[in-house]
Design a protein around this ligand. Sequence first.
Ligand SMILES: *Cc1c(COP(=O)(O)O)cnc(C)c1O
Length: 395
Amino acid sequence: MAGDTETSEGRRPRVPYLLTPGPLTTSDAVKRAMLRDWGSWDSDFRAMTAELRSRLLGLLGRGGAAFDCVPIQGSGTFAVEAMLGAFVPPDGKALVLANGAYGQRIAQILARLGRDHVVLDTGDYLPARGPEVTRALEGDPAIGQVVVVHCETSSGILNPLAEIGAAVAAAGRQLLIDSMSAFGALALEPAQIRYEALVSSANKCIEGVPGFGFVIARRAALAAARGRSHSLALDVHAQWAEMERSGQWRFTPPTHVVAAFVEALRAHEAEGGVAARGARYARNRDVLVAGMRALGFETLLDDRWLSPIIVTFLNPAHPRFDFARFYEEMKTRGFVIYPGKLTVVDSFRIGCIGRLDEDVMRAVVSAVQQALAAMGVDDARPCAAALAERARLPA
Ligand SMILES: *Cc1c(COP(=O)(O)O)cnc(C)c1O
């Protein structure tokens, strides 16, 4: 990655690479874009907001013309909450497909909003399949919306959106997608998968810095959301209406974050768009997974469910393996990794997204090897119980 976060001495980074699913490692150009101050009312800033919205819509591909983009201040969860408040009517009912922390958070938000919902919880990492969704919808005609997480970042599983989307469309219901950790790297063409709205944020696959999220929704759905939101600040319709009217955000926008994001979007296009971004992340994953397996590690998920976003590895069973120590050994070598987020088995995660390439991932694998040696761990295989748990995954 063209020496972005490196010194002239070679591969040793000035600051650690973030192998985390956002905030993540950004380019120097993105960081430099934050060095100038912008007036939120000024026409130059309004032009940036317009460019941001139209560039994001440009990533939708076929069928994108019916959609509009509404940025929302705050972290990604703020935008998820805004989306749910706009597109699940107060007297409606939603089906939440949960297989990890972010699916559970969606159910938690709906509960707090007082929106009726049922949860199809498939555990830590099993995906909901099309036929199950069909059955759930047939059994409950009151359900109007299905909410799904694209890549469930807590395990790294890529949920089977095509079959879920087909089941939802066949039942005549609406699909809302938390594509936070996937949008910009994995295609989500409305012509392929029918959905009403998706949500993502600045600091994931577009490789910006944290500070806002965005809702991309059908214009008809946006128009229908008027007056529905439980919240003043998170009212998607009101934010959309103001942006359409004046080109401005309703309340103070994260100006520097927006400037950095526009820079990140330009780099995304220059790289080759969604396909090229996804391909780089997939290569990162492939190098990482092959290298880790060669060291004796096992992935939680079978290859067919592995996303190019983040990979969960089972902790080695070796008595000298200790995650806190492993984390520090990795950080010393220039890499910040991520703890696991599973309830059943001990694990840790390594992200593949951000300004990283295959050379960086090879360096990650060699740092892992050195970290294990420093800890006196000579065998990275997981315990039998973890492998037995993993065997429950569908083929
Ligand atoms: C990152 C992420 C979010 C939002 O998390 P924040 O901490 O609020 O930014 C939501 N869903 C998924 C799947 C994510 O990966």
